[in-house]
Design a protein. Structure first.
Length: 125
C-alpha cells in the first residue's frame, strides 16, 4: 500500500515540492509527500534560527536532498558540516543527524526515509 497526494488530494506519482512547503514560525515544518511500506518522503523547511534536534533512525536510512538555503548538518560526536543547495546527506541506520539554520533565508530539503517505519530516537549529541 502506498499513498501520495497532490495539492488537490488526487493520488499521484509526481510531486511538486513547493506545493508541500508551509513555513511555520513556531517550529520546523515537516510535510509528508508520499508514504509506502518501503519509504516515506517529506518536505522540510527550517526558517532562520530553527533546528531539527539530533536524532537517529535505528531501523533505516534518512537521505536529505537540499533544495534551497543552507544549514549546519549535525552528525554526532560534535561533528558537523554545512549543507547547501544541491547537497545530498545520507544517514544510515543508527547514524545521528540533525540541522540548525544559522542563515538569513529558509532551509528547504526533501527527506527520504527507508523503510517508512525506520523508528526515531532523540540523540544526546
Amino acid at each position: 500500500m502506498w499513498r501520495g497526494f497532490d495539492r488537490g488530494g488526487t493520488v499521484t506519482r509526481v510531486f511538486n515540492s513547493a506545493a508541500h512547503v508551509w513555513p511555520d514560525h513556531q517550529a520546523p515544518e515537516r510535510s509528508l509527500i508520499f508514504q509506502s511500506t518501503d519509504s516515506a518522503v517529506a518536505a522540510w523547511i527550517l526558517l532562520p534560527g530553527q533546528s531539527i534536534a539530533s536524532h537517529r533512525h535505528p531501523g533505516g536510512q534518512d537521505t536529505w536532498v537540499v533544495l534551497e538555503g543552507e544549514a549546519e548538518y549535525l552528525m554526532g560526536n560534535g561533528e558537523s558540516c554545512i549543507l547547501r543547495r544541491g547537497d545530498i546527506a545520507v544517514a544510515t541506520a543508527g547514524q545521528i543527524h540533525g540541522a540548525h539554520n544559522h542563515g538569513q533565508v529558509p532551509f528547504l530539503f526533501i527527506s527520504l526515509v527507508a523503510p517508512a517505519q525506520a523508528g526515531f530516537e532523540l540523540a544526546d549529541d
